[in-house]
Design a binder for this molecule. Sequence first.
Ligand code: HEC
Ligand code: HEC
Length: 643
Amino acid sequence: MADRFFSTWATLIRLTLLVSVWIWQLPETVFGGSSNSLMDITPNGLYLIVANTDSDSISLVDVKKNQTIKEIHVGKRPEGISWVGNGPEALVTLYNEDAIALVNTEKGSLKKLTGLIEPYGIICLRDGKTAYVSLDYPGKIAEIDLENWRVKRNLSAGEWCRGLALNADESRLYVTNFYSGTLTALDRVSGRVVDTWPGRIDENLSRHVLIHPKREKAYLSLLRSRTEVFDVAGSLLPYLTICDLWDSKKKPGETRRRSIKLDSYQGTYVVAEPWETAMTSDGKWFFGIHAATGDMFVSQVVDDDYRELDRQGRAIYLGKIPRAVRVSPDNQTLYVYTALDFAVQVYRISDMEHQKTISVCKAPEDAKWVRGNFLFHSANRPMTSRRWIACSSCHPGGLPDHRIWHNPEGYRKTPSLAGLAHTHPLHWSADRDEVQDFEYTIRGKLMGGRGLAPQITLKPRTEFRSPSELDQHLSGKSEDLDALAIYTNSFTPRLSPHIPAPGRLSEKAQLGKSIFFREDVGCVKCHSGPYYSDSSLKKPFHLHDVGTGNDPDEKMEPKYDTPTLLGVYRSAPYLHNGKAKTLMDVLTTCNPKDEHGKTSHLSQKEKEMLVEFLRSLPYENPPDETPNTVPFRRKTAKTALRR
Ligand code: HEC
Ligand code: HEC
């Protein structure tokens, strides 16, 4: 009783303090919702809202009772969420629907705004009248007028926009480039780019940015893809990059970007896939979560422009694949969304004591797919014993990492995994015929894991010759390996944003299509069928030498499996070694002898039409079943693709 009495007084005093800070120092107060996340808390601290990416739903949590009130179905692949003021309305991005939704969490009703391509993060101004959405491809920030429910402006902020944050007085908008970690600042009123902090060449997968409530600092969670290294302990490294936000003209030549290496932050304790960060509103405590190892570092913020952070205690294990972290407005409580536990973990900040696990949503139906989803995103045993690398570190959400890796067999571009179930065999050189063969990757030099089927002795790989992975059938031998295959085979392509409407091509693309199918051009000899590939599991495989394999580093035969052309609008650079920077290069500079279809006799106009057709793929839904479709994939009702 006495405790409660004091805590009530303490709360009152704190509230008074808060209010006076609010009145006197408005620009210094922070606002929950000022950076993109899968979770948000109302400024009054009463309600938490969570976007459940894999369940197509959002969940409303009563913070006082630590209880989920309801789960609301919203649409495909929510990737970001923000309260509008103190609610009851919340905004959510629907990545796979190219839409955002305004959800009334009291009534459970929602309305959608479509035509926003690949919307990822979303944040809302304090007045609840304007919101900003980061559009991943090709990279824009949409400014949404919430009163009239329309896009007011589309702002340019570089390519691949994901991370999104506002500074305390809402005068500036900060945006991260997913594939480079470049940070861009926009003046919110003019909508113009006013500053940039370029990422290092190897910085990658930067999906979140946090702004210090009082100091000129931005914190980016990211990793480095070191493509010249093929090693469990060197290919992918976890980093926190801190940008100084002062104007570069103030101190010319001085670096405004420094990084903290997170795999040596606590001795030899390794973490993987830094995902998101949060800070208390007094700017004292800092929390960084790592999705692939499932843990978190708690640090004190050091105001020295050098050390920046001082780790407190050891890493805390949170649960399966944590993807969001938020501090309550009173700085007492920390919430972490452990996405593949489908739960929110509650911690008391004063001693970091775990208070509760709140279950927020039902797991998706297909349990094997859920298991595979976890394995794909995990850098813990048995996937790897060294904790640096998960499959998702190079295949984020099934998308490519936009990197060309120097693999033992030569340079290899990471392909998109969309449509994989229909385009086996696997790898550019078709040296694998089932996803279960990735047991070789798991146990090999890259991941160094025990494996998912440790009872099976793998045949040693005959170096770059007849591919031995093909000889041994691993499917049906381990539930986990099958689960990984089911998840990996379940990515579907999305309709190209470069078409006028689903099922339709622009006039130029239509002309390009007829060129593509012309006998004298010959594309369709290999890029045939609804997936635009003659890949087939019937042996011998259809491999083709199209004059692209003359790299001195190439260790395999210069013959490749025909890649699908669905989704090439977003997967530059092209070819197995990424030598073609654009689709036009595929047809011209990379095809000097007409070995890759005949293109030299085409006029410039015709080539441009052909490129326009390629950019428009897919313009219609490819079938869910072909003679080459593998059985290991997600069981769901067939759903149409949306754009
Ligand atoms: C270091 C980055 C990296 C990691 C980690 C990684 N991959 Fe890959 N993945 C690649 C690259 C590069 C290729 C292309 C290699 C090739 O074709 O020879 C590829 C190709 C593939 C393909 C074939 C796609 C196609 O269309 O042919 C599949 C399937 C795949 N990876 C699944 C996985 C799984 C499952 C894991 C985890 C066990 C994993 N990858 C880990 C980079 C990576
Ligand atoms: C003889 C079979 C064959 C023909 C004919 C052919 N292709 Fe290809 N295509 C391939 C193969 C094999 C690759 C992979 C080559 C590599 O990675 O080095 C490829 C790669 C591509 C790529 C790059 C895809 C990516 O993801 O990097 C594009 C685009 C493409 N082809 C378009 C065309 C067009 C357009 C034509 C007609 C002018 C054509 N192809 C004719 C077999 C063929």
